[in-house]
Structures are given as C-alpha cells and as structure tokens.
Design a protein around this ligand. Structure first.
Ligand code: 13P
Length: 342
C-alpha cells in the first residue's frame, strides 16, 4: 500500500464542493426500483440506465466519484467504451461496492450482519486492476425494541474494519458505511444514541485493525427521527444533532464524512446537508459531503422509465440534484433552486 496515494484519493473524493454518486444497487435492488416504474428487469435495461448516468454532460463538475456494482464495472456504453473509461474521462473516480449484502444474523432476530469477507483480497485485486480506486461496504442497523444489540453492533463494526484494512492493503480507499436505518417510530434522540455507540465501536475496530484514518471516508446516516415517528425535527435541529453526535465519535484525522440519503427525499437531504455546512462548516475538522443514491437518482429514474427519448430530460434531472448537493456543500442551497429547475 502507498499511504500517500490513499490519502490523496480520499482527499480528492471530498475536495471542493463535490461528492459521491452511489449507483451500486445490487441487481435485486435495481430490479425492484425498475419494477415499480414498469421498466424491464434485464441486464440490458440496467446497462442502459447506468449509461444514462455516467454520460450525463457536466456530471464531473459536482461529482468526484461514482460507486459501481460488480455487474456495472464490467459494462460498457453502447458504442463499446467501458464505463470505467467513460467515468475516468469525465474526471470522476470509479469506486466499487464490495460487500455481499446484509444477511439475517444468527441468534439475533430482526438484525443483519453484512457478509463478503471471504475471498475479498482477491476481489479487491481484480477491481483495482479494472481501475477502481475506492470501495464501499455497508452495514445496516435497525432501531427497535431492544435493538440494535451489542452483538450486532460489534460484529458489523469488526467486519467494516477488516474490510477497510484489506482495502488499504490493496491500495483502495475504504468508504466505511455504518447505516442506522430510518424505518420505524424511533425518536431523533434514539437515533443519536445508536449512531454514537455505533460510530465509537466502528472507530475502535478501525484502530484495532490498523486502518489509516487519513486514507478513508466515513459514509454514515444523518441523525434523524424514524420515518413514522410522530415528532419530526426541523432541518436545523437535525443538522445540530448530527454534528454534535459526530464531534463526539468521529476522529479529526478522517478527511471526510459523505452522508448516505437513506430514503430521505432529494430536497430534504440537500436541505439538511446545507444546514450543517451553513452552521458548522468553518469549525469542523472533516468535510461534510454526500454519497447519495436515491436522493440523486430518483427523479432521473422516474423521468427515464426505460425510454431512450427521455434520456436527455433524465440527465438534466440527475445533474440538477448533483448541483443542489454541490450548493449544499457550500451552504448555498436554497428552496428557490428547486423552483428554477421546475
Ligand atoms: P441511499 O443514498 O439511497 O441511501 O444509498 C446510499 C448507498 O450507497 C446505500 O448503500
């Protein structure tokens, strides 16, 4: 591993006002999203959709890196140019999802453990050879009656740390994603407590596994009330709680925090990220950026609907969300930006 290269890549991923675009939905997840809109669930439809994304004119102005899936990193444009080349030519860094998904955890009803460590060293070598410069692994923690348990938090934190260590050995920047899910009635305070405990555990294990913090990116949830919690805090309250939690648990050596969107609407995700940067940016040790999938892609997918003729309009919608999040990084996002696009 060349530590300086890792550090440079990690810094580049969160430099300026750019962020990451996650387009690493597994085939079942991508198919589920296609099915809802009546789009055929075929390899060709998935390829055409990903071509739409990576060929969006101007995407590199707001997006520093894209996260691909195993099928996608092997695909090409219709004209034969490999996606990895298209992405790199656009000035964007290609990355890859390397976990094998969250599976039911033995002895822990209602909880999941992310799999994929077996054989990971060989897969990382192949992805690196294909041009990937960073990799992502997602752990999911549900909040509910008596969960998440200590066992689930610990097992997922250890898997994240072992994955991150293998990534750095292979010269790939680990994007470490511990996600506290929004589903449920839990309060913002409960999300705060779980997120703090989880982040502390993750960084303990990253330390134990000798991960270079300067050469990684954290991809966490924001601190939010559950989707069905009757009390929904304001944008500023969410921003305050999230930053307060992270100041306690995320070491200053980490160059950037790139949030997942987790099912928030595109507008709300931009507004909350914006509020954090407006209120705290000049006082924080790490960059506050984005690594959204749904909150960037959803409007584009809904416009596209699998129709070639709608590609330009869908690309415009994608670029708009990327631009809004770039503005949110500067603390310059406003609701008026949404009206301009409409
Ligand atoms: P969302 O932004 O849709 O939550 O996806 C981010 C991601 O990469 C999930 O692993």
């Amino acid at each position: 591993m060349n530590a300086q290269e890792l550090i440079d890549t990690a810094r580049t991923l969160v430099a300026g006002d750019k962020g990451l675009l996650a387009m690493d939905e597994s085939n079942p997840t991508c198919n589920k999203r296609f099915a809802r809109l009546g789009i055929p669930q075929t390899e060709e439809a998935r390829r055409a959709y990903r071509e739409l994304i990576v060929t969006t004119p101007g995407l590199g102005e707001f997006i520093s890196g894209v996260i691909l899936y195993d099928e996608t990193i092997r695909q090409s444009r219709k004209d034969g140019s490999p996606f990895v080349k298209v992405i790199t030519d656009a000035g964007i860094i290609p990355g890859i999802k390397v976990d094998a998904g969250a599976k039911d955890m033995a002895g822990h009803p209602g909880e999941k453990i992310t799999e994929g460590l077996d054989g990971l060293r060989d897969r990382l070598a192949e992805y690196s050879q294909m041009g990937a410069r960073f990799a992502k692994w997602r752990a999911v923690l549900a909040v509910g009656d008596g969960i998440p348990s200590r066992g689930c938090i610990e097992a997922n934190a250890q898997a994240l740390a072992r994955y991150a260590s293998l990534c750095q050995e292979a010269g790939l920047v680990p994007v470490v994603e511990p996600e506290v899910l929004m589903d449920g009635e839990h309060t913002l305070e409960q999300c705060f407590e779980v997120t703090e405990e989880l982040l502390r555990m993750v960084f303990n294990h990253l330390y134990t596994q000798r991960v270079t913090l300067e050469g990684m990116i954290l991809k966490p949830n924001m601190v939010l009330p559950g989707l069905t919690c009757p009390k929904q805090e304001t944008v500023d309250e969410v921003a305050d709680a999230t930053v307060r939690c992270f100041l306690r648990a995320v070491p200053a050596a980490v160059p950037g925090v790139a949030f997942l969107s987790g099912g928030q609407s595109g507008e709300l995700a931009s507004a909350r990220l914006n509020a954090m940067n407006v209120r705290f940016k000049s006082r924080l040790p790490w960059a506050l950026a984005f690594s959204f999938a749904r909150a960037i892609q959803q409007p584009a997918l809904e416009i596209w609907q699998g129709e070639e003729a709608r590609v330009p309009a869908a690309q415009q919608a994608l670029l708009h969300r990327a631009k809004c999040n770039g503005a949110a990084r500067r603390g310059e996002y406003t609701a008026a930006m949404e009206r301009t696009s409409a």
